[in-house]
Design a protein around this ligand. Sequence first.
Ligand code: CA
Length: 224
Amino acid sequence: MRILVVEDEPKIARAIADGLVAAGYEVVVADTGEDGFFRFFSKPFDLVVLDWMLPGRDGIEILETIRAQGHATPVLLLTAKDAVEDRVRGLDAGADDYLVKPFAFPELEARIRALLRRAPVGQQDQLTVGALELDVQTRRVTCDGRAVTLTLREFDVLRYLMQHAGHIVSREMLAKDIWDETERATPLDNVIDVHMARLRKKLDADLIVTVRGVGFVLRVGASS
Ligand code: CA
């Protein structure tokens, strides 16, 4: 597994790189936004650990460009920005998860493991719910025949909703089965809400129904 670490603070970059190498990952470190950008497009990576505040081209700019070009590579955003609006902005830019500095290395490693974890391929590679079609193998999603580009996490959430179509999917189920965590230092609620909002925007706003205080339901059959 190849991980690109874009971090301009040498101490942090070295600590992350040493830890990941010790954990068996192949690591490439870039210390500026430009370098990170160049390296991302020069070789395929399985995951990017991306610092937000970088000299020159910052993390958000890099992230938006990566996503605009259709790359679904999981991105874990590192940030000292802890306000809810900052987190939402990071997730809106296409981050799959974020980690607030300072953090403990085991937490970073756990987040990376969760992002890299791919659900085992089941017998059912094609899911169809109403106007939605999803192909697990190719990760292709269409809504009313229109191709929809989703991030890795959005895809996982949608697949989960489709597998439970017509039934309530609770936040706890999503936290456990998609984010692989039942407890963490920062609450997942914002992250889950942002992913739902993005899916509604990209698909059909009426498809995912919020059941207040309980969770979400993907409508079965045609949306009205
Ligand atoms: Ca920085």
